[in-house]
Design a protein around this ligand. Structure first.
Ligand SMILES: [Zn+2]
Length: 186
């Protein structure tokens, strides 16, 4: 248990709905991330959107680009981190927050740690690969030298609905069926 976001908060966020989480400028920023996810949806990407906020200002935003860029590392979180670092001219983003519509995977959590983000707020859980509370709880590992505060369940229903719509569409399209895409929230 670390920071001021115990795992209990995470659970409550999911059990009681996003509106039960007390601090809710979160919802406004998450809407921004959701807009990015919708862009990804229309491009045929797994619909995940991420934004980086520093001093209350959005400094970068991105959606998944694995298909478009033919790059397995082109997750929304990674692309948003790259843009944010470029914007501030520093590969450390001390004090910055990330809003991402789906719980980040291990790769993205690694990058989040390397960038020294202060807080990550996510929408829906990713039971098959999420590393902030689902498959792993990296943020609770006291051996790491950087601590990230994590809040889950903000606009969870919207993020889940978008993912489900995407995979439904994918299943309907015989040509579009790709096993690796079904791995996320199928
Ligand atoms: Zn990822």
């Amino acid at each position: 248990m670390r920071g001021n976001i115990p795992l209990g908060s995470l659970e409550n966020g999911f059990l009681e709905g996003a509106s039960s989480i007390p601090s809710h400028p979160h919802r406004a920023f998450m809407r921004f991330a959701l807009r990015e996810a919708v862009r990804g949806f229309h491009e045929g990407e797994v619909p995940v959107g991420a934004i980086i906020v520093l001093d209350g200002r959005v400094i970068a935003s991105a959606h998944n680009g694995c298909e478009r860029l033919c790059d397995p590392t082109a997750h929304a979180e990674i692309l948003a981190l790259r843009r944010a670092c470029e914007a501030v001219g520093n590969y450390r983003l001390n004090g910055a927050k990330m809003y991402v519509t789906v719980e980040p995977c291990l790769m993205c959590v690694g990058a989040i740690h390397l960038a020294r983000l202060k807080e990550v707020i996510y929408g829906c859980r990713e039971p098959k690969g999420g590393a902030f509370g689902s498959l792993y709880s990296v943020h609770l590992d006291g051996r790491l030298n950087h601590k990230v505060d994590v809040v889950g369940g903000v606009l969870e229903e919207e993020s889940t609905a978008l993912m489900r719509a995407f995979f439904r569409k994918l299943r309907r399209s015989k040509d579009g069926l790709q096993g690796e895409k079904r791995d996320r929230l199928g």
